[in-house]
Design a protein around this ligand. Structure first.
Ligand code: SF4
Length: 123
């Protein structure tokens, strides 16, 4: 069944407002308007049929100065897996010292993506 959505491409600062006509059953884009370059089609395909987002949050840490530190998935994960990823991260507890870039969870939820620490805490 034909559908229509407006999607903002975030691949470059132009932020084109893509008008996307698509068929969900056939998983195809039937018409794309307002893309200033060809990357818009790839972005629209992914955003319509397999949207992904990075997960950023905080994890409790035992330290002298901080109660939490920040973490991030190194790549975006499928939107429908975000709560599973949050639930895995919620189980974690840290103890200083930790370094920015340390892996908190390897291959979270078997998605092939690591969760890393984004703020060092020395003590
Ligand atoms: S469609 Fe091309 S020009 Fe427009 S925001 Fe995306 S990457 Fe940039």
């Amino acid at each position: 069944m034909p559908e229509y959505r407006t999607v903002t491409c975030i691949l470059c600062p132009n932020a084109c407002q893509l008008d996307v006509h698509f068929d969900k059953d056939k998983k195809e884009i039937t018409k794309l308007e307002n893309a200033r370059c060809t990357r818009g089609m790839k972005y629209a395909m992914e955003e319509i049929f397999n949207p992904k987002r990075s997960v950023m949050t905080v994890v409790p840490i035992e330290s002298k100065l901080w109660k939490v530190t920040s973490v991030l998935t190194v790549e975006p994960v499928p939107k429908d897996k975000i709560f599973e990823v949050y639930n895995e991260i919620k189980k974690m507890r840290l103890k200083a010292p930790v370094k920015r870039g340390d892996v908190l969870i390897h291959n979270v939820c078997n998605l092939g993506v690591d969760v890393i620490i984004t703020r060092s805490v020395k003590e």
